[in-house]
Design a protein around this ligand. Structure first.
Ligand code: GLP
Length: 245
């Protein structure tokens, strides 16, 4: 894994925004895998800004998001789909038919997971997948466990992960769903290139274990060590917290 450190979150977002925009320009029909969370908000801001300044055309771009809460749709403001509309999709000319999302309201969730995998396969897979990481080492909603699921599946969320998501539910933990649909580890590892962004001291232990520990289902992000094309982007406060004294 190539690991880079940036002085601030904004500097990280500027570099990653440039990387994504250049990839879109090079490959107008690129398939992007996209994350939600606090961390990528600055990235999406950069993408919107660069798109305006440089007239970037998103009409051929295909996107697939990593995950969505069970029971929520874009009409719920806590849904990841609503997040993506607010922070990116409403501001660029991506074709709504090209936006891939697992449907947390689907009546048959297992069938919905299969449909999502088929949709990704039909798009010939993900060219560039951007990831965040949870403080417990989760990616997407692949939580630490004895075994990890390979493909898109229904995941039960750890309490720590639910607590980390209260921001999208006006700080009310009771409203955070207990389950989500998420791409599985094989879905993630099948992406042709991966960039993981992480900021802030609270993620230092997870990032250290991801970079230097063994590959373990107890830290799902460690599986990224198996992928040949992963870039890890950190901000200085996080990097400083993992540096040996
Ligand atoms: C959620 C998402 C993850 C994300 C993580 C960290 O649980 N499912 O995809 O990486 O939160 O988010 P944040 O950037 O808010 O710390």
């Amino acid at each position: 894994m190539i690991c880079e450190t940036f002085p601030t979150e904004d500097a990280l977002a500027a570099t990653l925004g440039r990387l994504v925009v250049d990839a879109v320009r090079r490959q107008p029909s690129i398939v992007l895998g996209l994350p939600t969370g606090r961390t990528p908000i600055a990235l999406y801001g950069e993408l919107i800004g660069l798109t305006r300044e440089e007239s970037i055309d998103w009409s051929g771009v295909r996107t697939f998001n990593l995950d969505e809460f069970v029971g929520l749709s874009r009409a719920d403001h806590g849904s990841y789909r609503a997040f993506m509309d607010t922070h990116l999709f409403d501001h660029v000319n991506v074709d709504p038919r090209h936006i891939g999302f697992p449907d947390g309201r689907a009546p048959d969730l297992a069938a919905e997971c299969d449909r999502y995998e088929r949709e990704i396969a039909r798009a010939r897979g993900i060219d560039l997948l951007v990831l965040g990481i949870g403080a417990n080492g989760h990616i997407g909603f692949n939580e630490p466990a004895d075994a990890l699921a390979a493909r898109t599946h229904v995941a039960r969320l750890d309490e720590e992960t639910r607590a980390g998501n209260t921001l999208w539910f006006d700080g009310d933990l009771r409203r955070v769903p207990h389950e989500a649909l998420t791409m599985g580890m094989a879905t993630i590892l099948a992406a042709r290139a991966i960039v993981l962004m992480a900021t802030g001291e609270a993620k230092a232990d997870a990032v250290r274990a991801m970079l230097d520990g063994g590959v373990t289902t107890r830290l799902p992000a460690s599986f990224l060590q198996l992928h040949p094309q992963v870039r890890v982007m950190l901000d200085e406060p996080l990097a400083a917290a993992i540096r040996p004294l």
